[in-house]
Design a protein around this ligand. Structure first.
Ligand code: ZN
Length: 255
């Protein structure tokens, strides 16, 4: 995957190579590379490159790797993928001070990939279908659901807006948790952010289950409202002893 990423990089850069020019004129034409989907008639090699592109695109900014100024290398891609899959570092925030226990529990199950996604059930031979229950276009896997799915990105961005954290173009839980911790110097404010992050994971998983059992996809707005309500309830419960400036900050958010 990390090695195929080299082709993804070349296409993004529109490198002056014959096959890249050919790919742009025959396949991509005027479409954006990051949104592009390979047609059913495309070769398996091209489909493979496109699949790699979908996985690696979160590592890009403005068609450049990383923070927007780096060149992609297989090593960079490998390390990034490893980070995505294994060392997400969720333990830094999942069990943070004021988090709601049921949220922390589900988040931890997700971090350990212990929740029963269709991807896992398919691997165990229990079901055949593995389509995402929230956006249809992805796979019902932890990786997709919490990092790439349009639904979770939308929810994540709305909660970031609410907490006055800058929303980048490609926000997802992985790209944001460090940012959430850095944004606020105050420990209490950080705790509020981590409480919200846990609530996002819990409510996305809940929305996914709602879709599975009720056959109805909740709107991201409704999920955002539920997250806010629970975070507000939790914070109001514990904030009596907090410094006044933090209380004011929080109360201004929640109005
Ligand atoms: Zn999805």
């Amino acid at each position: 995957m990390a090695a195929v990423g080299k082709f993804v990089w070349q296409v993004a850069q529109k490198e002056d190579v014959l096959w890249i020019k050919w790919i742009h004129s025959v396949y991509i034409k005027d479409q954006g590379w990051w949104e592009y989907k390979a047609p059913a008639s495309a070769s398996w090699i091209w489909k493979g490159v496109c699949k790699a592109k979908d996985i690696l695109k979160d590592g890009y900014h403005n068609n450049n790797w990383g923070n927007g100024s780096k060149k992609y290398t297989a090593k960079e891609g490998y390390n990034w993928l490893k980070g995505q899959y294994a060392t997400v570092g969720w333990h830094h925030w999942v069990w943070s001070g004021i988090n709601v226990p049921k949220h922390a529990f589900i988040s931890w199950m997700v971090a350990l990939r212990k929740v029963k996604t269709k991807e896992r059930l398919k691997a165990a031979g229990v079901c055949q279908d593995e389509a995402c229950l929230l956006c249809i276009t992805g796979t019902d896997s932890c990786m997709h659901l919490f990092f790439r799915c349009y639904f979770s990105r939308t929810v994540c961005s709305s909660i970031m807006n609410w907490l006055q954290i800058h929303v980048g173009q490609q926000e997802c839980l992985y790209s944001t948790w460090k940012k959430w911790g850095r944004k606020y110097r105050s420990k209490k404010q950080q705790q509020v952010c981590y409480c919200a992050l846990d609530a996002i994971v819990y409510h996305i998983w809940r929305a996914r289950n709602h879709s599975l059992w009720e056959g109805v996809v909740l709107s991201p707005d409704r999920v955002v409202q539920s997250i806010k309500q629970e975070v507000i309830g939790r914070v109001n419960w514990v904030m009596q002893t907090w410094p006044d400036d933090v209380k004011t900050w929080f109360n201004n958010l929640s109005t």
